[in-house]
Structures are given as C-alpha cells and as structure tokens.
Design a protein around this ligand. Sequence first.
Ligand code: OTU
Length: 620
Amino acid sequence: MPSQVPSDRLLAALPEDLRPQAAERLKTAGPVLRRLLAGLYGDRAGFDAWLGDLMASLGKLHAERAPELRALDLQRTAEPDWFLNQRMLGYCAYVQNFGGSLHGVAERIPYLEELGVSYLHLLPFLRPREGENDGGFAVTSFDEVDPALGTNADLHALTTRLRTAGISLCSDFILNHVADDNQWALAAKAGDARARAMFHVFPDRDLPDRHERTLGQVFPQVAPGNFTFVEAMGGWVWTTFYSYQWDMNWSNPDVFAEMAAAMLRLANRGIEVFRLDSTAFLWKREGTNSMNQPEAHQILQALRAIVDIVAPGVLLKAEAIVPTRELPAYLGSAAAPECHVAYHSSLMAAGWVALAEQDTGVLREVIRKTPPLPPAATWLSYVRCHDDIGWNVLRAEAQVASAGGAPARLAAVARFFSGAEGSYASGAAFQSTDPNAAHGSNGMAASLTGLQTAATEEERSLALRRMQLLHGLALSFGALPVLYMGDELAMENDYGYLDRPRHAMDSRWLQRPVFDEQRWKHRYDKSSAPGIMFQGLANLIRVRRKHQALAANAPRTLLADAPDGVLALARGDGFLTLMNFTGQPQDYALQGAWSDCAAPGRVEGTITLAPYAMHWLARE
Ligand code: OTU
C-alpha cells in the first residue's frame, strides 16, 4: 500500500503556476491527510483508488479558487494567528431577521463597521427543506442559497462587500445531517443503493434499540428518540435531531468525499469561516452516547488538513456543546491541528450560573479546567446564541461543592431563569420533562437579566449592568467574542413564535427576534435601555481594541483572592478585570496602582465594586 497521499493527482489538476505552492503545502498536510484517511477508511476495498479520486477532486476545487481568495490564503498562511488579536469581534444573526435578505444584510455593513465587527456569522442561509426546517439546520442543497433570502450571485456580492470592509463571512456547514429532501435522501428513498449507504438505515428495531440504551436526547420533547421509521426506506433512519434531519454515515468514504467537496465549493464562493454544526455526533458507536468519538476527531482533522492544502485562509469552528473536559480536543494539538476555533459553551453557561447563584464557584471551576491552547487556535466566547443555554455541560463543575448534587443545582438555575420564585428573569425552560433535572433555558439576554420585568429605574439599571457584565466576560476572557444580534440593543424576548405552528413547539424562537429598527435609532440615546447598552458595549469594545493584554492568546490567570461573588482575571502584562456577580457591593484589595479603563481615573488600595459592576484596570 503506498504510504504517500497521491499528490500527483492533485497537482495534475492545477495550472503550472499554482503547483509549487500546492506541493509545498502537501509536504506537511499530505502525509497527515493520508494517515487520517487510512485510519478511517483504509480497510475498505478500493481505498487507494478512492484516495486518488479525492485528491483529483481537491485539485480541481483548488484550481477553481478565485485569485482574491488565493491572495487571502497566502496572507493568512504568512500570519497564521491573524484571528487572535484583540480587534477581532464577531456578530451573529439570522439573515431574515437582520436584513430580510442577503442584500439587506449587505446594507447593514456600515452598522457592523460602527460596532467594530470583523467576523459575521449568518445563521443557515442555504436552501432548506420545505416546511419545518429547524431554522435552516435541515439543508436541502449545499450549492444553492435559500431563494427566500437571495441568489448565489447575492452571496458572492455580499462576501465581496464584507471582505472590502474587513469582515469575514462565517457560514454554518451542517455536516452531521441533511434534510430528508436533500438529493441523497431523495435518491435513497427511490432505491439508489449508493445513496442509501450514505445514511444509517436499519431494517428493524434491533440495533436502534441497542443504541438507544446509551444514547442521549437532544430534543426529548419535540423529537424523542434517535431513529425515525421511513416508509420509503423500509426501515429506521438515524435522526439525532428532528425526524427530518437524517444523520450522514461518516463511516462511508463517499460521505467524506462528498462533504469535503461541498465545503470547498462554499469556500470558493467566499465563505471564510465554517461553523461546523453538531461535530460531536459525527461517529456512532454502540455502547456509547455516540458523541466525541475518536473518529469524529479524525474526520475533523482530515477536513482541517484539506483546508490547509486547498484553502488555508479558511477557518474551521467547532460547534460541540459538550462537557468542558471534552472541549479542548476539538482544537487538536500543535502536532495534530483540528478546528481553529471552538465554542466555549461551558464558559457561557457558567456566566449565567454565576448570575443566578450570585457566586462564581462554577465559573471558576470552568476557568481552572480550561487548558492553554495550541498555537493559532482559540475559544469562541459569547453571551447568547440562537440555541438554548444548555446546562448539562456543567454537570462536573456543578458537582463540586454542591450539597444537593449537580442535577438539582442546575435545575434550580433553570428555574431561576424561567422566572420562578420571584426571580428577575423571564425565560423559558427548554425540553425539560423532569422539573428536577435541567436541560436548557431560552430567552434573550435582556429578558434573562431582568430588563423585561424591571419596574423601576433601579431595576432597569441592574438589568443593564448584568448584561454588560456577561458581555464584559466574553470580551475580556481571551477568545474570539461573538455578539448575538439584538443583544447590543438590549432586545427582549419575541413571543411571536407561539402564533407560528411551525415554531410554536420550540421555545428557542424566543431568542430569534427581528432586528428592531426603533431600538437601533435610539442607540445614541443614553436615557434609553438600548442606548445605555449600545454605548456601554461600544465603550468596552473600544477599550478592548487598545489593549494587547486582551488578545485571545495573551495569558490569563484566575486570581484566588477575590470574594466568592467576584471574578478576578489577570490578563497579559498588567491588565485586570474585576466582575461582581452579586447584588451587593464587594471589596477587593488591589496590589499597586491601576487606571480604570472605562471611567478614567487612578485606583489603588481597596476598590468597592457596586452590585453587578465590572472594572477593567490597566497597571499604571
Ligand atoms: C445545533 O445545535 C444547532 O445550533 C441547532 O440550532 C440545531 O437545531 C442542531 O444543531 C441541529 O442542526 O447539539 O452540538 O440543545 O444546543 O441542538 C450541537 C440545542 C447541538 C442545541 C443543539 C446543538
């Protein structure tokens, strides 16, 4: 068996002038790719021929890459940590809600520039399934923009305009499953054996039942079970999420080749970052929960090697909502790089726990368990996203110093955010069948922090401080922070979904509102909630840009000498953030003299943090 990746097949597809550079990249990434693919598929008959064809297909896609994208590839290869600096800032939105269409999104570029955004994640905008489609997470075609949002030409125009403004476009790449009306699913239903083999199909309940014994449930209420009986398939199809989202069978090399090509075609349309959806679920293994399997990591590493060869300007971002200890693997190691960025969902959820408990115990535990990362990799920090805040990722941390046990502790947090027992929050518990166990919580950040229930000036101001506090954590932690559309204007819950039969059963729609033009117009009005939020956030972003100590890769130290309700993080060389997660004033004894970045002035000795206040201090 040849031990080299068939580089010649790739190089042959390239014009003369691109070959030396491709050959150079193949020197490092080629053997890695070959090793990973041999590990995954090497025992398949015809593996060598398959690998040769894959390389030829990669060569063709490389040749098709536009000159401006190749220029970006070169630039970023020369500066591989380009996305780690403190000027990087993300923004995430649904196309429909933010601009109505791709064209409408392009019209909002000046607003993104005003905020200092350099990375825009647009939630799924490819042609989705007709009818219910999980907010576009059931993809019918990877090669066609959703006609309701625009055309492929609009996408090209948008990526070009964004790039000119210094903004990278991030698109979801939903690789764990496709819609049940995707071309492969349709072919499989029509009896095509090759297409059928791209899915996990079982003739009877034997294997599904065996798997179910150890599988979890992502949507236990609205989509119970992990298998769906499909008449036309004469069997049970693996459907981790909704019944119309068919899991791909990644143990089949055809799936790997098809998906890698689909991703590169999108990269060639100008997508610069891929949010790899539901990466934890890619590989199934009986007797396990079929999450975080070693093969799932090998697949991601192989996709990374492909990107490093064909489109090294592109970033891969792992969406794996898994316990803290499972997270670092998604970023790989210096020797075996995987994704460039990974959601730190534990940090996000722990910030909310700290607010609910007015105690930073769980948050500190998460930070202690967050290891240093390989070079040119970072976390994605965030306050909210389009999904629920999943509590179960924190089970290990919530177990520490907890009398009643982690599930009860997290269930209390979930009850808090659904507004129970006089809490200020107005959210909704998500998918919880058992009131004593937590699943997730939904709601816009402003509603969860108490803005919606605020009846007095004082309550409104506390809610806004809680919002600023969580955003301050995301902005100062040392990560790529991503704002969620509407939070910068303190937008509240949208209950409209209850009137839409397609959405009414899924309370994640609570946090998927349409961009509020009125609030946007008030963004400079410091007497309004949107104005206070927007100006406060804009100020934090401005300060962050000035301090290299806040770059993603600057060192971070958790300081143990703060009171339980206060998080004290030292960053880089001489930067300190103090965050009070309680409703009481808290004292902290400073060593030496500091200047307060947000409200300029010199501070030393004991500083008193007002309820929910945050201070960013630079050493004098
Ligand atoms: C992802 O989510 C997406 O972000 C969701 O919007 C989709 O519904 C889902 O995939 C299917 O495409 O498990 O690790 O608990 O956190 O569904 C991936 C709800 C996921 C989400 C969960 C999540």
